[in-house]
Write a protein that binds this ligand. Sequence first.
Ligand code: ATP
Length: 263
Amino acid sequence: MATGEKGARATVPALAAQGLTLSWNGVEVVVGDVSLEVGAGEICCLVGRSGCGKTTILHALAGLTTPLAGRVLLHGQDVTGQPGRVSYMLQKDLLLPSRRIIDNVCLPLVVSGMGRAEAHARAEPLFGRFGLAGTQRLWPSELSGGMRQRAAFLRTYLMGTDVTLLDEPFSALDALTRVDMRRWFVGMVGELGLSALVITHDVDEAVFMASRVYVLAGAPSAGEASHVSGEVAVDRAGMSSEEAFELTDEFLIAKRRVMALLG
Ligand SMILES: Nc1ncnc2c1ncn2[C@@H]1O[C@H](COP(=O)(O)OP(=O)(O)OP(=O)(O)O)[C@@H](O)[C@H]1O
């Protein structure tokens, strides 16, 4: 599908932003009239230059801020300004250094009132599935960067919502680990039946992971509110599972479109 085309998405999206206008101080508009959708079971990425307002959008979608205008819909229901309706993984893994991995990942369950033993029983069976078998009793400092991110993602998953927002989840990792992690992440989102919106600076990463890439353009620091300059649908039709998608023509076509929109 060509840049900017929206196609026929008949079903209610898992998550939608409609005409969001956002400010960090209630006065200066950082993001103006942004609309986007994440379909059920879909991974979408949001790319844009540093400071253009990506995190500001994620905060509004997570209900942590109230927009100046516009609304956030979760499965068609208005959840504008309501925190806790979608799960949110911050840019840094923020694992607490003084808690073992099991207690770190159980944090959302315990905070929501579940007893520690019950929370452990809920989380334990998921460790293997998240590639963390045997790490339950370890401290965060004993894990590799990729394992820490998997633990942070497990903690995010345990928030118990089917829509997840991730802010630069792999930016702190080395290049090879990033490649492994994005493959792993795409597989896990499919296996767990999640819908995800991911912020990334990395166009290759966005095109690899997403079925749609939204490009945000603008310069809020210069008084120019950001807007979605276009969306690029990524065509994987006809790809065999053994094929390396990043080596295909379809990958390069989508990458060029995203780059053109970034300017
Ligand atoms: N607390 C704040 N104080 C001052 N300016 C802020 C604050 N929060 C956000 N901004 C401004 O709002 C704009 C958008 O910030 P935001 O963090 O959303 O951008 P971003 O695209 O996520 O950036 P990056 O890619 O560097 O993380 C920037 O110009 C930033 O300077």
